[in-house]
Ligand binder design. Structure first.
Ligand SMILES: *Cc1c(COP(=O)(O)O)cnc(C)c1O
Length: 433
């Protein structure tokens, strides 16, 4: 598979280069040249395939020129070593729980697959790789846990001081080894600007391979399609699938699975009050906006980074998109109310992000009577205990994977905001290659 730059389709690269660059120097996204159709044999076997087997079969179509099949099998087996759970919530609704990985959020799938690709690449040359990532919370934790101990790769995470939860901070700062946390005296935007500036022009590039692990990396997108095959394989064709969306990577992966032949009936793009895509689906006009803070904060995105990819999956044709995708959005009050109601009605406990998807599925099923559907739960409700517990009047058990961070020890490098500060740090740390 070759990948082209969405901004300039004449620029073509392979998988490895697309992954190691993350984003092209003109900030264009890499997009696979085609979405391969899967054959009948694959879909007949699908109900019996494990997630690593699906990853191996589908992932290889995207990576085989750069990663041989045997290595891809190992990457998938190591990355997807935790359960994907499907539960029945009521007669028409099922939930796909993607939060049983080490950081209790669905970003583990993309981050662990990407780390496996890096481990493979770095075992085939002796160049030191330095992965930079700016985080407002969850992404950094998933990257840190996934890359921990990967030989030949250093991970440097920049986060805004005082602006992440204490649990998130522990996930970034307590692991040590090849993971360094830089605590920036500034905002998330400062962190992002520092990373971007280093990627664009740091002199340290002559000594090490500098890359980024941001959410638009194609190695994070591709594995996010695997669990849609798994879910439809286990539950049957013809379902509506509702995805809680922020940067629109997860739902783009679902759309790719669908275009490859997977029997999804309809997609729901469910958002919080950051509603630019639901508005687009209603009007055909796309107006990016500044993001607004909500209780579903991993979806607080005003200009979704993957939106161009999402449109491309539908050949940029508004008729095709609006014929296949419904959009719904919800404010914090409605999300809170739904968490309480669903808990009392069904006993199922939603986190704020899953609640948005559940609401979107309800709305879509109302307009498509007779059909049934699956919504995606992207975070463990215990990660949002302070929001959820008052709504249900009970305490929420913390999963073991998160609990062991609570007693961790914080190690961070304090840094003033500004590209020059990061540049000095990198040059000092990597004086030789
Ligand atoms: C990142 C995230 C989302 C949004 O996913 P996108 O791929 O950015 O649309 C939803 N829920 C949680 C818990 C997340 O961490």
């Amino acid at each position: 598979m070759k990948y082209y730059n969405l901004k300039d389709p004449r620029i073509i690269t392979g998988f490895r280069e697309a992954v190691e660059k993350g984003i092209s120097s003109d900030l264009g996204l890499f997009m696979p040249e085609s979405i391969p159709r899967l054959d009948d044999g694959f879909f007949r076997r699908l109900p019996y395939m494990t997630l690593p087997e699906i990853g191996m079969a589908v992932g290889s179509l995207y990576t085989e020129e750069d990663i041989p099949g045997k290595a891809m099998r190992q990457i998938c087996e190591e990355a997807f070593n935790f359960p994907v759970v499907i539960r029945q919530v009521d007669e028409r609704k099922q939930v796909l729980e993607l939060f049983h990985g080490p950081t209790a959020a669905f970003k583990d799938f993309g981050a662990r697959f990407m780390a496996g690709c890096f481990r493979y690449f770095s075992s085939h040359d002796d160049k030191r790789r330095v992965v930079l990532v700016a985080t407002s919370g969850d992404t950094g934790g998933a990257i840190a846990s996934s890359f921990l101990g990967v030989e030949g790769v250093d991970v440097i995470i920049l986060y805004p001081s005082g602006k992440v939860s204490s649990l998130q901070e522990m996930q970034l700062t307590s692991l040590g080894r090849n993971i360094t946390a830089i605590e920036v005296e500034g905002s998330f935007d400062d962190c992002q600007a520092m990373v971007q500036s280093a990627l664009a022009g740091s002199a340290v590039r002559e000594r090490v391979k500098l890359t980024s692990a941001n959410s638009i990396n194609i190695a994070r997108l591709i594995p996010q399609s695997f669990y849609y095959y798994y879910a439809i394989g286990r539950t049957g064709n013809g379902r509506v699938v509702s995805v809680p969306s922020g940067n629109f990577g997860n739902i783009t992966a679902a759309a790719m699975a669908w275009r490859s032949g997977l029997g999804i009936d309809r997609l729901v793009a469910a958002t919080n009050i950051n509603r630019v895509v639901p508005d687009y689906l209603e009007t055909g006009h796309y107006f990016p906006a500044l993001s607004v803070s909500t209780i579903a904060n991993a979806m607080d995105v005003g200009n979704p980074g993957n939106f161009d990819r999402f449109r491309r999956v539908f050949d940029d044709d508004f008729g095709t998109i609006s014929g296949s995708v419904s959009g719904y959005w919800y404010d914090d009050d409605r999300i809170r109310e739904h968490i309480g109601q669903e808990y009392r009605r069904t006993g199922y406990l939603l986190d704020p992000h899953g609640a948005v998807a559940s609401l979107g599925l309800d709305a879509c099923l109302e307009h498509h009577s007779g059909s049934c559907g699956i919504f995606v739960a992207t975070a463990h409700p215990a990660k949002f205990r302070n929001i959820v517990e008052p709504l249900i009047g009970q305490t929420v058990e913390i999963p073991d994977s998160l609990r062991h961070f609570l007693g961790g020890e914080k190690h961070s490098v304090l840094m003033k905001a500004g590209p020059q500060q990061l540049e000095e740090y990198l040059l000092d740390r990597y004086r030789t290659g």
